[in-house]
Design a protein around this ligand. Structure first.
Ligand code: HEC
Length: 484
């Protein structure tokens, strides 16, 4: 096939786009003619073949027009093209043969084999045509798992949705290749289907570094070091309604994290060999990298607590607490975990909250901000084994019993905003292994104390009010997402 260098006329492509619709005519007519010949009256067969021939010729012309877009894999296209031409020629020949050869004893013998060949040809043409538009794995993409096992196919890749891309565990994230291990899997999942060996929409292939660097019909798509000027990223950032947005409407797009990742790689020089340890990630990327090294799937992080099976709280105990004005709600659908929030019961103190002991096995989130509790309540809190989130902000809590929290094995978020906790208390918290977020803004904690704490627990995000907005939504999301 000759690829025209001059821009293809709209007329050509306009007609070309009718090809996929029109091709069904010759296919249908040819099959009907064959069936008629074998099983019904042969009388009208030559007419049907004649029209199959005419429509096949038009299909070929339109197919040729469509191929001018240059978006298709050349080799597959060549097969498809010449098989299509063969089908057209053979249907013309069959129109003639079935009209004039049936009487002739010798020639008539050629008809049946020719019919069978025509069916084989049209099947192959259709198959290659399908591969051109849908990719060569179109037919086999949904082979069910048991059959895959029998015939030795690879298990089907998880179909990622836009909201929850699969994050594979990368054991040694430091030596991982930014492109190959982090960026490419996303491109593969979300872009390759239209930019690959078989299909090159916008004359762009993305399935190897060379092709990425070669760019598409409008030139380079990567400007190393300048993410904002790289077409590959610009397309992702366009509003989804924009016709140039990638991927096109209806296809799962990049998540914010994946966009950040691509941005980072471009900024780091779009280097296909660069390792994570040789690049400088910002906080956002660091958080994401940490998730890769833990193999956590994206989307809301879920505490291991939610994988446990526990017994249900007594309904009357829950009712009693609700009577005090506490909000006691299930944290997860179909699971008995509970969240307790004192937002409407800020007058409550240590004594009134003793009832929490009855549901201490079920509480995963406890928000006692602005209540009248004192250090005495700390002991009670310490006996809530599954606590993930604890908010004690604006209470009279001090360092005194803070060390009681050491035993909370799943505590991830602790809010001590506006309390009297100081550096000494902070130091005891370093023993909580699971801790991820700590809020100490407007407490008695000093910058030096924070620095010391961070040295002991580098993984913990300590919020002392200087960066980010308050309250940081992230923790509430993590427990509350689960309830949806
Ligand atoms: C459903 C098919 C489809 C998918 C999936 C898809 N694209 Fe495209 N892409 C196209 C089409 C069609 C064009 C040509 C029209 C245009 O330029 O908008 C194109 C063009 C482009 C171009 C411009 C090439 C040039 O030089 O003109 C870039 C860059 C691009 N795509 C990037 C991506 C990225 C990144 C992804 C993955 C998020 C992606 N595409 C996924 C169909 C697709």
């Amino acid at each position: 096939m000759v690829i025209l260098e001059a821009p293809v006329s709209d007329w050509v492509l306009f007609f070309g786009h009718f090809h996929p619709v029109l091709v069904h005519l010759p296919i249908g007519m040819l099959l009907i003619a064959v069936i008629q010949y074998f099983f019904a009256s042969k009388k009208s067969v030559p007419y049907v073949f004649f029209w199959a021939f005419i429509s096949a010729v038009f299909s070929c012309l339109m197919g040729w027009a469509l191929s001018q877009s240059g978006e298709y894999d050349e080799k597959t296209l060549l097969f498809h093209q010449w098989l299509g031409v063969a089908v057209a020629v053979l249907s013309g020949a069959l129109a003639y043969m079935t009209a004039y050869w049936v009487q002739d004893v010798v020639m008539a013998r050629l008809i049946k084999p020719s019919l069978i060949i025509s069916v084989i040809l049209i099947t192959l043409t259709g198959h290659f045509g399908g591969n051109l538009t849908h990719g060569s794995d179109y037919l086999t993409a949904y082979v069910p798992q048991p059959i895959r096992g029998w015939v030795g196919m690879e298990p089907r890749a998880e179909q990622g949705s836009a909201s929850e891309p699969a994050i594979r565990k990368i054991a040694n994230i430091q030596t991982a290749l930014i492109y190959q291990d982090l960026v490419q899997p996303v491109l593969k999942q979300k872009c390759w289907s239209c930019h690959n060996a078989e299909k090159q929409k916008g004359k762009l292939r993305m399935d190897s570094p060379e092709f990425l660097l070669a760019g598409g019909e409008d030139g380079a798509i990567i400007k190393a070091g300048f993410p904002e000027e790289s077409e590959i990223l610009k397309r992702l950032l366009l509003p989804e309604s924009d016709e140039h947005h990638m991927p096109p409407k209806g296809k799962p797009g990049f998540t914010e994290e994946e966009i950040n990742l691509l941005h980072w790689w471009l900024k780091e020089g779009a280097d296909f060999k660069k390792k994570v340890k040789d690049a400088s990630p910002d906080t956002k990327i660091k958080t994401l990298l940490a998730r890769y090294s833990r193999g956590e799937s994206s989307g809301p992080y879920l505490s291991p607590v939610f994988k446990m099976s526990i017994s249900e709280a007594d309904e009357s105990d829950v009712k009693d607490l609700q009577k005090l004005g506490l909000l006691v709600n299930p944290s997860a659908k179909d699971q008995p975990f509970l969240e307790v929030n004192a937002v409407n019961a800020q007058g409550l103190g240590d004594k009134e909250l003793e009832g929490l002991a009855n549901i201490q096995e079920q509480i995963v989130s406890l928000k006692l901000g602005k209540t009248k509790i004192s250090d005495a309540t700390m002991k009670q809190i310490a006996s809530m084994p599954l606590l993930i989130l604890l908010a004690l902000d604006h209470t009279n809590i001090t360092d005194k019993n803070l060390s009681a929290l050491e035993g909370l094995r799943y505590l991830e978020s602790l809010n001590l905003y506006g309390t009297k906790v100081s550096d000494a208390g902070l130091a005891t918290l370093a023993k909580i292994k699971s801790l991820k977020h700590l809020y100490v803004w407007q407490s008695k904690v000093s910058d030096a104390g924070i620095a010391l704490f961070k040295k002991a627990k580098p993984g913990v995000m300590v919020d002392n009010g200087f960066k980010g907005k308050w309250p940081l939504e992230i923790d509430t999301v993590r427990v509350e997402e689960k309830s949806k």
